[in-house]
Design a protein around this ligand. Structure first.
Ligand code: FAD
Length: 438
């Protein structure tokens, strides 16, 4: 594939890894054309915050409620803290055992919990503060502005990176000119770029055939025309990665019900193996809102989610985009089952019937957590095809967590920056125009 004189990068997925990649590229000094494509209404992915135009006070972290960093770095952490985009998590945490007994968990001790090890953080004013902060870092670097521009309004962030929300990329191809092309469901061209980054495995993984009822795996189809053994190897490794699902119960309590939730002696509760088996729940997060209400998110066990995989929440953006009709009866039954489980597990703190009060919804994460071993980091960048992969599905420190998403993005950015080197000031352009090796 020949490289165009002014290289461009298209990133599919505005979760933590996609936003971190964009930030790392800009902070690394690259000023080329950068586009970000996301099917959701805003950045965040599995670390997003549900908000509502009709209900401005609502703020619900329906995926990751926090994140932990277990080893030095990632480099983006410090600037995010300095910009006030993230903060240290200081809320009480506890573990519930199979007999319904509560055990407090203190900062600094992991208790064997992969999400409790190391330093704990969360997004300021919602977990989506993390991704918004990353995009602001990109804008501050991309526009050549100083640190004071970090708190710039979203409009400034849009200028640095072309952000496209509510767009599901469905097909990929390589043009005659050797550029990556992105298409929507109706095969309308959405955009073109020299480099393609998948900051989500969806377009490269067979699960899209099952979950999205697609006939083919988009990147596999495009890869056939390239005959790049490295890419084919990466795709084969990706295809073998399995993921666990989660069916989450979202509820918003007010009045006396909200007070009862606030009185619970924890903000994050984890169910140990016996408790998980008994109540079919894995975690529960209590998120007090500024207006006195309380948002609560109960995460199902993997087994419960696997048994109810076909039941999307009626608010699911992916279901809407694919025209999947709501299955209200089944959804109600899942909500009911999860509600009863929460009521039973927390009987000591919640009076009977309390969980049934207030607004309740289902949020189904089809691929909530990738399972080991993940994609080997050596396959994250296919130089010849100009395809990069980042996300929590990359093997290494932080696998399956926000930490892994951040680290994989920083690693890929370093590879891309070395390839894009010619676009950086002071390095000869001729190097960039040479066809990639191989
Ligand atoms: C319920 C739950 C609880 C969790 N708890 C924790 C926790 O406590 N601590 C922790 O560290 N981690 C936790 N995680 C995991 C954490 O959320 C993820 O590791 C991290 O957010 C992954 O980021 P990512 O960028 O790799 O992927 P994602 O967040 O999945 O981002 C990928 C993005 O790509 C978009 N996308 C995919 N395909 C397309 C397409 N074809 N077109 C357009 N857009 C597309 C998706 O909409 C998505 O926004 C949790 C996850 C879940 C679901």
């Amino acid at each position: 594939m020949p490289l165009s004189s002014s290289a461009s990068v298209a990133v599919i997925g505005a979760g933590v890894s996609g936003c971190a990649l964009v930030a790392a590229l800009r902070r690394g000094g690259w000023r080329g054309e950068l586009s970000l494509w996301e099917s959701g209404r805003g950045p965040g992915g599995r670390a997003s915050t549900r908000r509502s135009r009709q209900d401005p006070g609502l703020r619900l972290n329906h995926g990751a409620p926090l994140f932990n960093i277990t080893a030095p770095g990632p480099e983006l952490l410090e600037p995010l803290l300095q910009a006030g985009a993230i903060e240290v998590w200081q809320e009480p945490r506890a573990r519930l055992d199979g007999a319904g007994r509560l055990h407090a968990e203190h900062p600094g001790d992991s208790y064997g919990d992969p999400y409790g090890d190391g330093l704990l953080f969360r997004g300021v004013a919602g977990m989506d503060g993390l991704c918004r902060g990353l995009l602001d870092l990109a804008a501050a670097s991309g526009g050549g502005a100083g640190a004071e521009a970090i708190a710039a309004p979203p409009r400034a962030a849009m200028a640095a990176v072309a952000q496209h929300y509510g767009v599901l990329v469905c097909h990929l191809a390589v043009s005659r000119q050797g550029r990556w092309q992105l298409f929507d469901r109706e095969r309308q061209l959405l955009g073109e770029a020299d480099y393609l980054v998948l900051a989500s495995s969806l377009l490269a993984h067979p699960r899209c055939r099952l979950l999205l009822a697609w006939g083919t795996v988009p990147l596999q189809v495009a890869a056939r025309s390239l005959g790049d053994p490295e890419l084919l190897h990466g795709l084969a490794a990706l295809a073998s990665i399995r993921a666990e699902a989660r069916s989450n119960l979202l509820l918003v309590a007010e009045g006396t019900a909200a007070e009862a939730w606030r009185r619970c002696p924890f903000r994050l509760l984890r169910f140990d193996a016996a408790a998980e088996q008994r109540w079919r729940l894995s975690r529960l997060s209590i998120q007090p809102l500024e207006d006195g209400r309380v948002a609560v998110v109960a995460h199902s066990s993997a087994i419960f989610a696997a048994e109810h995989l076909s039941v999307y929440g009626s608010q699911s953006s992916i279901a809407r985009q694919l025209g999947v009709p709501p299955r209200q009866e089944q959804e109600r039954a899942v909500v009911e089952a999860l509600g009863e489980a929460v009521q039973g597990a927390l009987a000591e703190w919640l009076e009977p019937g309390l969980v049934g009060r207030g607004e309740r919804q289902l949020m189904r994460w089809g691929a909530a957590f990738p399972l080991q071993p993940g994609l080997p980091p050596g396959l994250a960048f296919c130089r010849r095809s100009r395809v990069g992969f980042c996300g929590d599905y990359l093997a290494g420190v932080g696998f399956g967590r926000v930490e892994g998403a951040l680290r994989s993005a920083e690693r890929l950015a370093a590879d891309l920056l070395s390839d894009l080197g010619a676009a950086l000031p002071g390095i000869s352009r001729r190097t960039a125009q040479q066809p990639p090796a191989g």
